[in-house]
Write a protein that binds this ligand. Structure first.
Ligand code: RUQ
Ligand code: CUA
Length: 764
């Protein structure tokens, strides 16, 4: 181990005394910069509107689907700075997701019929709601490729659960939540038999089905309760996006369809392709479902069970008045409920209009029994005219709609035109349009799909970037564009490349609604939110061997892993290492990996995580902390020794070379005294101001004293060595004392800087 030098100490001293080099502005004027960089007034305005000065935070947080990465991306608005990628459907190494045992269990929840599926096409995120507004507690997202829903807890931004849909083979219309997050909605896309069996395509109309699943969400547990979830059986019409009613329309759900033709292609059989057959008719159907009635039907035992899941047959739903159809212009895409819950806006895709349906009219038609007929499955059809409030011509390829804080104002993406249209759904007129780059899919306004949209910003989620960024090869980044919607004219502010996957949809929430924790209660399994059976406190670390199973109860704290040597493993043993991070300080994550066994854990303060593997090879395997956590991070290391069968210790020289003399000890001792003076000075400052008013600082101070508290034990050992004139160990123990001091000083200085920058005032 390298000995620390006086240089480090002098740095500490310098910053403690406030001698750090100040930042000085270069002599450039704003005009100079504009000229040099070719910026216009408009550019400058946009920059000023998006720039978040160093140390300051964003007003909104966006949760974007990560598309083919199977992840969720979190970024700030208006700065568009990426804050996190959350591993969801696919392993994510940084977070140890899929490389530690706890997260492997979460991923296993998403196995499809016993098969491991490690990729996902994450699509539509949804934030949990209370009374139709975001409450900032949970995030849900669906996987289109392998019908699944994931639950992310926004207390720690970790994926807690994945459920696989038991009856769908494909989906798209999820995740959407009901007004109080009673249910998370997931609608199928391509029709298939609900059972897991072969049915020839010739029996498509009779045996292929769509459906809409209502996953029951247990808010107390923060998990989906599969046993209390159910689905509606739907015709094989290729259901698409969905939405849940709110306010007056609460209790109802709506889903589009784009192939009510029930067309089955087959170019190789000489038939025109799907795209022709599925867009032949002038209309498709919007499905109108009453989930509250559905809940009752299930309670009354009227559902049948398919693959262990409750499914309400179509005839049962129809008889109960829980399922209706309304013709909608062909091949629609988005279906979006207005914030007041009174209108349902359907975008045309192959139509230049958006259609505004009135919930009141729909209910009146149902009440009066006014239907224009029934579909082949006996579902009553409400006439389009009876349900329509108005149609508004917006442009080519309308897809999705979001809402403004100003009542009646909406924004619709126009895919073919590559534009966003701002329009008024009460008056039925277009207010403004802005080009985007290029071919926009979804769009997002701030809390724009809730009952109280916040306005201010809009993000265009574009499908193509083409020439917007520096070229990086044939695969281009995705493109998000930030648009200012605070005034009548929309203004483009910022282009953000997304190098992750196609971000289908995003939701944004006011940042102050989120209250994420900064540490776990000591010994928490973060994936189950319960006490981890493998957790230990400092000093209780142990290694247990039973038969061919070796279990290590380890801890991590700056800058060591305990144990540092694991040497009772024989080849073929199964090794389980539980790691508890003893830190209390903010952002003191330790990572853990061990050479060659494909394991990694990210262990945040208080967390316990487990890595497990078979030691199937003899050898020497270093392990280490993978987060640069402290000055002696590189020394946060250890060895796993795997002995070959029948290995016996031979003659190993026990003698350790003695390196250190009394002079070394004296030098270290003096350094320690000097360092203590720095610590005392910092402590003096901190206690002279109102540091107790700053929770972040209180945590740092507690942690600093924790570190300093450890010196006691070490000093005793040092003094014993001094007494025995064992200068080797005396110097090493003095060095360890100094390590704790450095960590204390480091925290103290961080606290001091924080207090100075955040206006602490003198109390004595
Ligand atoms: S959809 S681009 Cu997959 Cu949400 Cu409309
Ligand atoms: Cu802990 Cu690096």
């Amino acid at each position: 181990m390298k000995r620390a030098t006086l240089h480090a100490l002098s740095l500490l001293l310098a910053s403690a005394l406030g001698m750090s080099a100040g930042t000085s502005w270069s002599a450039d004027s704003l005009q100079d910069v504009m000229k040099k960089r070719g910026l216009s007034q408009q550019d400058l305005l946009a920059a000023a509107k998006t720039y978040v000065p160093t140390g300051k935070r964003d007003e909104f947080l966006a949760f974007s689907s990560g598309g083919q990465s199977g992840q969720v991306m979190v970024y700030g608005i208006p700065s568009m700075r990426i804050l996190k990628f959350i591993g969801v459907f696919t392993p994510e190494p940084w977070q140890g997701y899929g490389y530690d045992e706890e997260s492997k269990k979460v991923l296993k929840g998403g196995w499809i019929n016993g098969r491991e599926v490690t990729w996902g096409d994450s699509h539509h995120p949804a934030i949990s709601e209370t009374n139709g507004n975001y409450d900032g507690q949970f995030l849900f997202i669906n996987d289109k490729a392998n019908p699944r829903i994931a639950v992310i807890d926004l207390r720690d931004f970790e994926t807690k659960q994945i459920v696989a849909n038991p009856i769908f083979k494909s989906e798209h219309g999820g995740a959407f939540v009901t007004s109080n997050t009673e249910y998370v909605i997931e609608a199928s896309q391509y029709a298939a038999p609900l059972e897991n069996k072969f049915v020839p395509l010739e029996e498509f109309n009779e045996k292929y089905r769509g459906g809409m699943t209502f996953w029951k969400f247990d808010r107390q547990k923060g998990r989906i309760d599969a046993g209390k979830s159910f689905s509606f059986e739907l015709p094989p019409y290729s259901q698409d996006l969905s939405d849940a009613g709110k306010g007056p329309s609460e209790g109802w759900a709506f889903t589009n369809s784009f192939c009510s033709e029930r067309y089955v292609g087959g170019i190789e059989r000489g038939r025109p392709p799907f795209e022709a057959g599925c867009s032949a008719k002038d209309t498709d159907y919007m499905h109108v479902l009453n989930w509250k009635l559905g809940e009752k039907l299930v309670a009354q035992g009227k559902a049948k069970t398919i693959n262990g899941h409750k499914v309400i047959p179509m005839d049962v739903a129809v008889k109960a008045g829980a399922l209706f159809l309304i013709p909608e212009p062909k091949s629609p895409h988005g279906v979006d409920i207005t914030p007041d819950g009174k209108f349902i806006i359907v975008a045309g895709k192959l139509d230049t209009h958006v259609s505004v349906f009135s919930f009141e009219k729909i209910m009146a038609a149902i009440k009066a029994g006014r239907f224009e007929g029934k579909d082949p499955y006996g579902i009553p059809i409400i006439g389009m005219k009876d349900a329509l409030d108005k149609q508004v011509q917006l442009g080519l390829g309308p897809l999705h709609t979001q809402f403004d804080s100003t009542p009646c104002e909406a924004y619709t993406s126009l895919y073919v035109d590559s534009q966003v249209a701002k329009w008024d759904y009460c008056k039925g007129k277009v207010l403004d349009k802005i080009p985007v780059h290029y071919n926009i899919g979804h769009l997002m306004t701030m809390e724009g799909d809730t009952m109280s949209p916040k306005g201010k910003y809009l993000v265009a989620l574009n499908k193509l970037a083409i020439d917007r960024f520096n070229p990086v090869g044939p695969l281009h980044p995705q493109s998000h564009q930030l648009i200012d919607i605070a005034s009548d004219k929309m203004q483009l502010l910022y282009d953000m490349p997304v190098p992750l996957g196609e971000p289908h949809y995003a939701v944004a929430i006011a940042a102050d609604k989120l209250k994420p924790g900064i540490r776990y209660k000591l010994g928490t399994d973060s994936r189950t939110d319960t006490k981890h059976p493998g957790a230990v406190r400092g000093g209780e670390e142990k290694t247990i061997k039973k038969g061919n199973k070796v279990t290590v109860y380890a801890t991590m704290i700056r800058s060591h892993i305990t144990p540092e040597i694991i040497d009772n493993v024989d080849v073929g043993d199964e090794v389980t290492i539980h790691l508890t991070n003893l830190e209390r300080a903010q952002d003191e994550t330790h990572g853990f990996t061990i050479s060659g066994f494909n394991v990694h854990a990210s262990v945040e303060p208080g967390k316990t995580a487990t890595v497990k593997f078979k030691a199937d090879r003899e050898g020497v395997f270093p392990y280490y902390c993978t987060e640069f956590c402290s000055a002696l991070h590189l020394e946060m290391q250890g060895y796993l020794l795997v002995k070959p069968k029948g290995w016996k210790p031979g003659k190993v020289s026990k003698a350790e070379t003695k390196t250190y003399t009394k002079a070394d000890y004296d030098k270290q001792y003096k350094t320690n005294l000097d360092t203590q003076a720095v610590i005392d000075q910092v402590v003096g400052y901190i206690t002279s101001v109102n540091y107790k008013d700053f929770p972040e600082v209180v945590a740092m101070v507690e942690d600093a004293f924790d570190q300093l508290g450890k010196t006691k034990d070490v000093k005793v050992k040092m003094e014993a060595a001094v007494k025995a004139q064992d200068w080797q160990n005396a110097t090493l123990w003095a060095g360890q004392w100094w390590q704790y001091q450095v960590k204390t000083a480091d925290l103290g200085l961080r606290a001091k800087t924080y207090l100075e920058q955040n206006g602490a005032r003198k109390v004595k």
